[in-house]
Ligand binder design. Sequence first.
Ligand code: FES
Length: 169
Amino acid sequence: MSETKDPSLPDVALYGHAGNEITRRDFLNEITLGALGIAGLGSVAVTYQFFSPNVLFEPATTFRAGNPDLYPVHSVTFLQEQQVYIVRMPEGFYAVSAVCTHLGCVTQWKPDAEMIACPCHGSKFKADGTKIEGPAPRALPHFSISLTADGELLVDKLQNIKPDQVLKV
Ligand code: FES
């Protein structure tokens, strides 16, 4: 079978590194193989991503909050990573959620005003989480707080307790 030439196309010969002549057909074959290779790699990448687990790593729900002596009486300490306030009052310890019960913004302790304030829509809470004002529908929840065998505070965010349950140390 003879190859017919398109008279409008110039008679082009390409040369490789070693001076070997490359025909237009070889050149187009190389381009096609390269394109298929790139498409194949893309498919492999998308398939790998599809089968990889889409995992969200969150901080542990039970955590140690250190020695009780770290917290002075009448103190409210914000634990950023856990989004919990460790509150120590004369009657004992409690762990209060720092997540607003309105739409879930992280609240801030305001020592000058001695209250917890939500920056999003203005809800305000006492240090023990009791709601003062604002759109939040309820008080900030209290989490279970206890002592480990070696005397450190242990908070369990999966266990809500009544606000009047305090840890006496
Ligand atoms: S999220 Fe706190 S007041 Fe709206």
